[in-house]
Design a protein around this ligand. Structure first.
Ligand SMILES: Cc1cc2nc3c(=O)[nH]c(=O)nc-3n(C[C@H](O)[C@H](O)[C@H](O)COP(=O)(O)OP(=O)(O)OC[C@H]3O[C@@H](n4cnc5c(N)ncnc54)[C@H](O)[C@@H]3O)c2cc1C
Length: 347
């Protein structure tokens, strides 16, 4: 339930999602003199571009014949810098409710609270969640003995660890905790790794000296007794099984997007996407807008450039909603002194 505390942040606009659409929303609002707070469940801005394909080239951004996905995010961050958005990263927006005074109460899973006059949902395919270990008992031990992220590395010092996964997160933690944990078993299902080759080489070197164990295989079962984790059974690539004692299991299988809490906000949905009109990109709840991959309307295409266009129109609608008495005129960034001022461009 909503709690009235002095820590509640008052804002004209809160943007849920820091993917390309959410970032460009900051820009379009900024041009109209409106500041925004941006929340994302990921620890960094960029959405799918950063999380799923940072090194891949994109060829359909207008006027940029080729642009790396992370490069696009970096360019967007530079473009919005003059508007000084307040980022709240690593926290999922868990709750969104209309208040009696017409504003929205927004709360993140970390407890950050907002009163926002308008909300823009730029949630893409949803909030990125860790892919979980699918063996009986994994849910029961989650966050106690089975972990999908490391909040405090010190918690694992002196512990017997089994670390699963072949990407950078898994390998980085194997190398970071080596020498600090009492033992490390690293398990990956195949000989190829997604992690940086130098990290893989270092892990293999340590395995060759016997200071950690590396197994090619998959987690098959957790061993436990009276609610205590005892260890893990790993099925090797050759079909045989091997048992390891463990205090903690750390699984890094990557992240995948899930619509998550957005589904509970009483918005009209169509196949997991939020219905909007195409003049304002407003949802079925006045004052809540949706841009980018999360929305749907006749002819919708889930492309970055669609999100950019939607953000521009949503910004005009928000400006009119925030200040109904004032007509919002279209101005060109080329020639508008007020936009130059907002952008920090000397006239
Ligand atoms: C491999 C691949 C290649 C692609 N190539 C192209 C291409 O060449 N051209 C092109 O135009 N498009 C391409 N796309 C699609 C493009 O990446 C998406 O259209 C774009 O990322 C959508 O941007 P968005 O900001 O709407 O959403 P996203 O990028 O998905 O970002 C949404 C953000 O919202 C956050 N979020 C969601 N729910 C919550 C919540 N409750 N609380 C807090 N945060 C939340 C998520 O964590 C995420 O960071 C590609 C996609 C993939 C996967």
């Amino acid at each position: 339930m909503e709690q009235e505390t002095s820590a509640i942040i008052d804002t004209d606009v809160i943007i849920v999602g820091a993917g390309p659409a959410g970032l460009f929303q900051v820009f379009e609002l900024g041009l109209l003199g409106i500041k925004a707070h941006v929340v994302d469940s990921l620890a960094h801005p960029g959405g799918q571009c950063t999380e799923l394909y940072p090194d891949k080239p994109i060829y359909d951004i207008p006027a940029l014949p080729v642009c790396g996905a992370q490069e696009l995010v970096d360019r967007l961050l530079k473009q919005i810098a003059p508007f000084e958005p307040a980022f709240h990263l690593g926290q999922e927006v868990a709750e969104l409710q209309r208040r009696e005074d017409g504003r929205f109460f927004v709360r993140t899973a970390l407890g950050t609270q907002f009163h926002a006059r308008t909300v823009v949902i730029a949630g893409g395919l949803g909030s990125f969640q860790p892919r979980r270990l699918v063996v009986p008992g994994a849910d029961e031990f989650e966050n106690r003995r089975v972990h999908y992220r490391v909040r405090s590395a010190r918690d694992f010092h002196g512990q017997r660890l089994v670390i699963l996964g072949g990407g950078d997160s898994a390998l980085d933690w194997v190398l970071d905790l080596h020498g600090k944990a009492s033992s490390i078993v690293h398990v990956h299902r195949r000989p190829e790794f997604k992690a940086a080759p130098a990290s893989v080489a270092r892990m293999q070197q340590l395995a060759a000296t016997g200071s950690l164990t590396h197994v090619e295989g998959v987690a098959a079962a957790l061993r436990h007794e009276d609610g205590q984790l005892l260890g893990i059974t790993v099925k090797r690539a050759d079909g045989t099984s091997v048992e390891f004692d463990a205090d903690h299991v750390l699984a890094f299988f990557g992240l995948h997007p899930k619509l998550g809490p957005i589904a509970d906000w009483h918005l009209e949905l169509d196949r997991k996407a939020i219905k909007v009109d195409t003049a304002k990109f407003q949802t079925s709840i006045p004052g809540i807008y949706a841009v980018g991959d999360i929305n749907t309307y006749p002819g919708k295409k889930k492309l970055i450039l669609s999100g950019f266009h939607e953000a521009a129109l949503a910004a005009f609608a928000i400006a009119e909603q925030l200040n109904p008495a004032k007509k919002v005129h279209l101005q060109y960034t080329t020639t508008s002194p007020i936009m130059h001022k907002r952008l920090g461009v000397p006239d």
